[in-house]
Design a protein around this ligand. Structure first.
Ligand code: NAP
Length: 231
């Protein structure tokens, strides 16, 4: 029986590459995303490479859609061995916290932070004991890195996601569910842009390691390149 991983925002970028690498390792992947057409294309692309990938309609900014997706997974008779919270937004109008309309921060937090809480909330009954949760964070959310110069609402959202990661690790320890955050580095995707130094293969490497290889006792931590880094 293949273990099952659910990946949000899996139709492109790092999420899609995580699905591909886990597919190669024999995982069944649930590709979650908000656009049915893009999802089907992504699932077909992975199937053509010989991997078990299924689309799952799920908008992380819409709690009703997340609840419906959880019901759908239940109906398919599946349980989940790993959850990768990868979906996120970085808005082009995210240039200043104080002078920009509050909606920029609100929208960013809704997707990047509250969306993660909501996905964990709805999928918790489907997560096996001993499962793992991997949250795609960023060095931009680090409280020990220098601050300033780019996308402040996005950076605040990733600081909050790191804090959420630690709290969830504590709350879910009783079910032996490991919860960790990853900085993938600066990666060439729609979000990272063409000038980024890292490939998607490299960006997916540490999340894949946490899902497929890392000991489950590692929890409540922040990783880059398979090494623990400071919050
Ligand atoms: P990307 O290329 O912009 O892809 C983002 C993915 O998230 C897309 O599949 C997108 O779907 C999906 N998404 C956005 N909002 C969603 C929603 N409401 N519901 C469902 N899916 C949604 O980003 P990426 O570079 O692969 O980034 C993946 C993760 O790594 C993110 O958490 C990001 O913050 C983190 N990260 C990236 C970098 C980098 O340099 N790229 C650096 C540090 C951290 P659509 O196709 O429908 O838009």
């Amino acid at each position: 029986m293949h273990p099952t991983v659910l990946i949000t925002g899996a139709n492109r970028g790092i999420g899609f590459e995580i699905a591909r690498q886990l597919g190669r390792l024999g995982w069944r992947t649930l590709l979650a995303g908000r656009d049915a057409e893009k999802l089907n294309a992504a699932a077909q692309a992975l199937a053509a490479e010989g991997y078990a990938a299924e689309p799952l309609l799920l908008d992380v900014a819409d709690p009703g859609s997340i609840a419906a997706a959880a019901r759908e997974v239940l109906q398919r008779g599946l349980t989940v061995d790993a959850l990768v919270n990868n979906a996120a937004i970085l808005l082009k109008e995210d240039t200043a916290l104080v002078t920009n309309p509050a909606e920029v921060l609100e929208k960013t937090l809704r997707t990047n932070v509250l969306g993660v809480r909501e996905v964990v909330h709805h999928f918790l009954p489907l997560l096996k004991n001993g499962a793992c949760i991997v949250n795609l964070s960023s060095g931009g959310g680090s409280m020990s890195d220098p601050v300033g110069g780019w996308s402040p609402a996005y950076c605040v959202s990733k600081s909050a996601l790191n804090a959420l990661t630690r709290q969830l690790a504590y709350e879910l320890a009783g079910r032996q569910i490991a919860v960790n955050a990853v900085c993938p580095g600066w990666v060439r995707t729609g979000m990272g842009g063409a000038r980024a130094p890292r490939s998607v293969e490299k960006g997916a490497e540490t999340p894949v390691w946490l899902v497929a290889e890392a000991p489950r006792r590692l929890s409540g931590r922040f990783f880059r390149d398979k090494r623990e880094i400071e919050w």
